[in-house]
Design a protein around this ligand. Sequence first.
Ligand code: AMP
Length: 590
Amino acid sequence: MAVDSNLSSPLGPPACEKDAKALRFIEEMTRNADTVQENLLAEILARNSNTEYLRRFNLGGATDRDTFKTKIPIITYEDLQPEIQRIADGDRSPILSAHPISEFLTSSGTSAGERKLMPTIREELDRRQLLYSLLMPVMNLYVPGLDKGKGLYFLFVKSETKTPGGLPARPVLTSYYKSEHFRSRPYDPYNVYTSPNEAILCPDSFQSMYTQMLCGLLDRLSVVRVGAVFASGLLRAIRFLQLHWSRFAHDIEFGCLDFEITDRSIRQCMSGIIKPDPALAEFIRQECKSEYWERIITRIWPNTKYIDVIVTGAMAQYIPTLEYYSGGLPMACTMYASSECYFGLNLNPMSKPSEVSYTIMPNMAYFEFIPLGGTKAVELVDVKIGKEYELVVTTYAGLCRYRVGDILRVTGFHNSAPQFHFVRRKNVLLSIDSDKTDESELQKAVENASRLLHEECGSRVAEYTSYADTSTIPGHYVLYWELLVRDGARQPSHETLTRCCLEMEESLNSVYRQSRVADNSVGPLEIRVVRNGTFEELMDYAISRGASINQYKVPRCVNFTPIVELLDSRVVSAHFSPALPHWTPERRRR
Ligand code: AMP
């Protein structure tokens, strides 16, 4: 029920007083976006004026935007690598930030094959928490009654390490779920999860997933929203149910917990939750045993009002599959964030995936935007509707004019804060889950595999392209290879080609290998050998559609259905990686 009308907000009538406060905050920030940005930059510059990094540029104590923009260069991660390495090695002097770096957040973006290390400071947790606290007040404007049920969210921690200097290095969500902010969160009727903290915090991904799914099944009628961070994660959970439903039914029938769940704290907390429920066990068997899994989400959790997952950017490839499993429930993309900084939220979370826009919150960091094809960065409030920009951030933790690598298009404004459609991440060719493979990484991997092929049978890869195949769960990389088999060379054997698959996987970056080994979120890489002349046909096809013959280049990744179909119709053999590549949480030194 809406509260007192004098608490109402231009965004809509808030569901409770707490929501009214959050919506007022959004209004205040977005109305005064430019002033908030100006003050925030001045605060960062004043606070960090004695850092080694800022002193290098002789700001002379200035905290204004003009001086900042004239004197400080726009940079990428590689420019900052020496400073980051020193901090990681234990140098505690104020290099980037006056506040001590509390930990490194390991981005899914990589540099030299390893996750980028993003410095962060303790208070950034509060800033992230603040953005999280705005999500439900906005959602409550669109979906009533969320306080009457629970969220079934599949949330996971990942492995973490320490840098040589002793700082934790872990993904931002692992840092958040392990923080007091999350673990000791006060009860909020609008934010109750079916998953116990013990399950979310269990580092073993099988035990964590098993327990979270089991709790979701036990409490199925309370569930009003189902989600994961990314669409790929939710699909993985559905696949998990497909593989293990009979074990769940057994546990529920007898009120026991599967033998593979050995984590002490999970067993302890589940002993108070699980009770024999033969009727529910029978229901699960009936629903899951058939081949027919359409609308499985609404069949098992019939009170679900929406799916909460990110389906923008690389995740858009999963929309049709999610629609199939959810019977067309709305998909809410609630926020846009990264390890560098949390950026903003979707003020219209029930919008169609293709129309999702994120409103950047001007209190999170100082934002600048480089127009695509241009060089001069513009302010947050000065971006133009319809134009595309690359995002640049200056954070409290000490990133200064740092290129995030995301391309955004302006779709409108909420008050004076712009709203952006996420267009793409720069230089990403292939992505299944959080893995991101760029063209040069793929090229290197093909070269390494091609060398192996040559050593074993004298053949080479003449042409190649790739495809992210998400028709399987988990999805996997497909490489189409046209081979050059010289006179006298032997035809490569199936064994050799499977070894080439593994060689490619070994050559890909650590996020890819972690996804394969620890998260099981990417399936074995596949090579499909196509018959000779296929890539010439591909060129003919492109030219028939208007490509210039002089400038034609083989696309290193394809996703246009007719092209994929053409390639598939020319396949002579298919080969999968026979084993897992190597991966350990430890980073390789440069
Ligand atoms: P990471 O640094 O690993 O946390 O990854 C952050 C990146 O994920 C961002 O820079 C984006 O490229 C992508 N990302 C985060 N949120 C979204 C979103 N809502 N839609 C599309 N891409 C996103």
